[in-house]
Design a protein around this ligand. Sequence first.
Ligand SMILES: O=C(O)Cc1cc(O)ccc1O
Ligand SMILES: [Fe+2]
Length: 435
Amino acid sequence: MSKYEYLSGFGNSFESEAIKGALPIGQNTPQKCPMNLFAEQLSGNAFTVPRHTQQRSWLYRTRPSVCHSPLVPYNNATLLVDVNRLNPDPNQLRWKPFPIPDQQHDFVEGLITIAGAGHPSVRHGIAIHIYTANKDMSSKCLYNSDGDFLIVPQQGTLNIQTEFGYLEVKSGEICVIQRGMCFSVGVPDGPSRGYILEIFGSHFRLPDLGPIGANGLANPRDFLTPVAAFDQDSLPEGQKYTKINKFLGKLFTAQQDFTPYNVVAWHGNYAPYKYDLALFCAVNSVTYDHLDPSIFTVLTAPTNEPGVAAADFVIFPPRWLVQEKTFRPPYYHRNCMSEFMGLIRGVYEAKKEGFLPGGGSLHSCMTPHGPDAETFNAATNAELKPVKIPDVALAFMFESSLILGISDYAKANFIDDDYWKCWQDLKDAFTSKQP
Ligand SMILES: O=C(O)Cc1cc(O)ccc1O
Ligand SMILES: [Fe+2]
């Protein structure tokens, strides 16, 4: 039987036992838990939030998480930086694909902060990171006190062990690992790379569908949460397990002499999940005009202001373009939101050249942008028959209401210095035509 087994549904209250009978019946904290397990609650929200937003789980484990040595600074992730150390830059920014260094490094060591805003200390804000890895996090796990990670693998499958069970996340799929959950990333395909959206405030939810109705976009049943699984073998005598904690933008580490993957059963609605982007049911104009990209929202992390997201995760999926009398690529625009884009595979519909898989772009608040000149010229003259954006294309956007700063590293490395030139051939065809 594969260790990758899942429960289906978004935000459900689940229960899962790796050994039948490990969950207490009818209560959370019996005087003695079945099988002498320890009961431990993991809270994803304040105890007192409205019931429909409450997220928490109960974990039944062989030893509680508290049995570890004191946490001390961990300095092996040199490019992960606190969001209070970022720089303003209003330019249109584009990064070439971030290379995967040859030197041996795991998912944590390969974290690179690109952009962000707000701060985890006030539970408001986001950070955008790139990860690269070419070795597994063996005997090492990460848990994040700062917020939730939405992970978008671009190259290489991720085998992720979590306290809740195992997740296999391929390129073209995403996963969410929330605040506090221990996880370890394996890279079975070798050199791997991807994007991370970290949110410091609310959790991700599915967008409201309004007049779209009860179905479409990302359907709840396609979100998959792992079944309970724990490490059967104890650590060899003398061997330690390393726990790493991201806390206010810095990493800390502690040791313990047992695996953190000792949860025999769990129940609740605060659990990691994955989603296959190929299952996204795109909805769009079947008459005319280019609609706003919010129509492609997979997940949204709301702020307290109705309709305003700390971050939306939006994709540009394979789909048919059928609009009549319409300039079909994205329009030229200046947005009050910040738009970080990444490319999983193929070519993005607004950029004929230069935006490459594993790279990125950032168009900040009010930074003008839109299709490059080549795309404009082709689309203005194209015959408007139905066209399929092919299955090999998959771009995405992290769109945020916050104004993002960029890291020293992102400012100085892999920047495409010629990006601005892609718009310079957009000529004034109005003035020259006047009598
Ligand atoms: O800038 C971008 O490429 C993203 C984007 C796509 C789109 O279809 C409409 C607006 C928008 O910001
Ligand atoms: Fe845009």
